[in-house]
Design a binder for this molecule. Structure first.
Ligand code: NDP
Length: 445
C-alpha cells in the first residue's frame, strides 16, 4: 500500500469530505508500515475495503415545529464496518453535520471499537437538526420523525446507536420510545438509555472518566499523577462535565470550560459546587456557559474564543473536531503543557498533532482516550442481553481496566526507538490489526 496514493485517490472520489480525508490520511500514514508486512492484505485490496463504508443511508426527516411550520432536515446513518460485531456508534444532532463529518466519525469508530476489545463494529449517524433553542416538544417530534426512517436499518444485533453532540439522555429516550412503538419490541437497540429502562450505571460518566483514566496512565509513564495539576477543558457537555468531575476527584484544578460561543476562565478552579451549577445550567436549564460568570464573578468570560492560550499543565479538548489548530497547539506547548488527552473526536488538526509530537509531550488521540464511552455502551449491551444490571463499582472497574488495556496496547504498538510513545500510531495499529484479521478471515464480499 502506498498511503499517499490511496488518500489521493479517495480525495478525488470524495472531494467534498475534508474531515473524512483527514481521518483516513492520519490512520493510513501510521499503519502503512505494518500493513506492508502482510502481502495478503494488499492482494485483497484490504485498504480500500476498510476505508469505504459498508453502507451509507441518507433520508429526509420532516417534522412540525411549535408554530405549525413544516421543517425538513437530512438524516444519515453510516454503517462503516461490522466484521467484529454489530455496527455501533453515536448519533449527532448539530447544524454542522454533513456526510463527510459522519464518514470520518464512523471510520474512526471502527478502530476505536476494536481497541476496546469488545465485539462492536463501527458506525455513526446524525442530522443537521440542532436541538439548541428548540422546545422539548419540538425535540421529541424531531426524534420521532428521525426514527420513523432509521428504525428499519438498526436492531440489537444489527446496529446499535448511542448519543453524541446534541444527543443526550433526552434524545436517546425519545428515539428509543419511537423504535419500540414501530417495532413492537423492547430490545437493547440503543445505549445511553435511562436507568429505568435498561441504561447502564456509569454510561453518562464513561467518556469523561475514561479520558482521565487514560491520562493517569500516560502520566504514570513519567512517574507523575493528576493531583495538583492545572487543567484546561473545552466543551461543557457530557464529556467535558465528567472529565471535569474526575479531575476534581483526583485533586486537579480545572480552570476552563466552554461552548461554541466562548469560554470561561476561573482562576480559583471549578470545584464540586461550581460543577453542579454547570450541570444544572447545561443539562436542565439548557443555558449558555457565559452565565457562569454571573454566578461566579471572579471568573472571566471570553466571547468567541477557545481556551488554548491559557497556561496550564494539561489540556482535555472535549468539544468538537479541529478545535485545536497549529497555532493553538504551539501556544499550549509554549505555556508548558505536559499532556493532551483528547475527549472529543479528532479535536486536533494535523498541524496540532505534529506540534505535540515534535515537542514530545504526552498526546493521545480521541480514538484511544475517549473509547471509554463506547466501551461502557458495550457493557450496556451485555447487561441488556443478560437482563441484568451491574453495580456502579463493577462498571467503573471494568471501564478502568479497559482504559488501562488500551493504554498498554498503545505503548506496545506505538513506542518509538527513542522511547517516545506515539499514541496515534499505537492506537491505529492496534485497532487496525484486529479488524484486518477479521476481514481476511471472512473473505471478499
Ligand atoms: P454535547 O453535545 O454533550 O456537548 C458538546 C459540547 O461541545 C458543548 O459544550 C458544545 O457547545 C460544544 N461544541 C459543539 N460543537 C462545537 C463547535 N463547533 N465549536 C465549539 N464548541 C462546540 O456532546 P458530547 O460531550 O457528547 O461530545 C463532545 C465530543 O466528544 C464530540 O467530539 C463527540 O464526538 C465526542 N465523544 C462523545 C462521546 C459520548 O459518549 N458522548 C463518546 C466519544 C466521543 P454548544 O452547546 O454551544 O453547542
Amino acid at each position: 500500500m502506498n498511503a499517499a496514493k490511496v488518500v489521493e485517490d479517495l480525495q478525488r472520489r470524495f472531494p467534498n469530505e475534508p474531515e473524512y480525508i483527514q481521518a483516513v490520511s492520519q490512520v493510513l500514514g501510521t499503519i502503512e508500515e505494518e500493513y506492508n508486512k502482510h502481502p495478503e492484505f494488499e492482494k485483497t485490496n484490504l485498504v480500500e475495503r476498510l476505508c469505504i463504508p459498508d453502507r451509507v443511508i441518507s433520508f429526509r426527516v420532516t417534522w412540525v415545529n411549535d408554530k405549525g411550520e413544516v421543517k425538513t432536515n437530512f438524516g444519515y446513518r453510516i454503517q462503516h464496518n461490522n466484521v467484529i460485531g454489530p455496527y455501533k456508534g453515536g448519533i449527532r444532532f448539530h447544524s454542522s453535520v454533513n456526510l463527510g463529518i459522519l464518514k470520518f466519525l464512523a471510520f474512526e469508530q471502527t478502530f476505536k471499537n476494536s481497541l476496546t476489545t469488545l465485539p462492536m463494529g463501527g458506525a455513526k449517524g446524525g442530522s443537521d437538526f440542532s436541538p439548541r433553542g428548540k422546545s422539548d416538544g419540538e425535540v421529541m417530534r424531531f426524534c420521532q420523525a428521525f426514527m420513523n426512517e432509521l428504525y428499519r436499518h438498526i436492531g440489537p444485533d444489527v446496529d446499535v446507536p448511542a448519543g453524541d453532540i446534541g444527543v443526550g439522555g433526552r434524545e436517546v429516550a425519545y428515539m428509543f420510545g419511537q423504535y419500540k412503538k414501530l417495532t413492537h419490541e423492547w430490545s437493547g437497540v440503543f445505549t445511553g438509555k435511562g436507568r429505568e429502562f435498561g441504561g447502564s450505571l456509569i454510561r453518562p460518566e464513561a467518556t469523561g472518566y475514561g479520558d482521565v483514566y487514560f491520562l493517569q496512565e500516560m502520566l504514570k509513564t513519567k512517574n507523575d499523577t493528576v493531583a495538583g495539576k492545572t487543567v484546561l477543558i473545552s466543551g461543557a457537555g457530557n464529556v467535558a462535565q465528567y472529565a471535569c468531575e474526575k479531575c476534581i476527584q483526583l485533586g486537579a484544578k480545572v480552570l476552563t470550560m466552554s461552548d461554541s460561543d466562548g469560554y470561561i476562565y476561573d482562576p480559583d478552579g471549578i470545584d464540586r459546587a461550581k460543577l453542579d451549577y454547570i450541570m444544572e445550567l447545561k443539562n436542565v436549564e439548557r443555558g449558555r456557559i457565559k452565565e457562569y460568570v454571573e454566578e461566579y464573578p471572579t471568573a472571566v468570560y471570553h466571547a468567541g474564543e477557545k481556551p488554548w492560550n491559557e497556561k496550564a499543565d494539561i489540556a482535555l479538548p472535549c468539544a468538537t473536531q479541529n478545535e485545536i489548530n497549529g497555532d493553538a497547539a504551539k501556544a499550549l506547548v509554549a505555556n508548558g503543557v505536559i499532556a493532551v488527552a483528547e475527549g472529543a473526536n479528532m479535536p486536533s488538526t494535523p498541524e496540532a498533532v505534529k506540534t505535540f509530537q515534535d515537542a514530545k509531550i504526552l498526546y493521545s488521540p480521541g480514538k484511544a482516550s475517549n473509547a471509554g464511552g463506547v466501551a461502557v455502551s458495550g457493557l450496556e449491551m451485555s447487561q441488556n442481553s443478560e437482563r441484568l444490571s451491574w453495580t456502579a463499582e463493577e462498571v467503573d472497574k471494568k471501564l478502568h481496566d479497559i482504559m488501562v488495556n488500551i493504554h498498554e496496547n498503545c505503548v506496545k504498538y506505538g513506542t518509538e526507538a527513542d522511547g517516545y510513545v506515539n499514541y496515534v500510531k499505537g492506537a491505529n495499529v492496534a485497532g487496525f490489526m484486529k479488524v484486518a484479521k477479521a476481514m481476511m478471515a471472512q473473505g471478499i464480499y
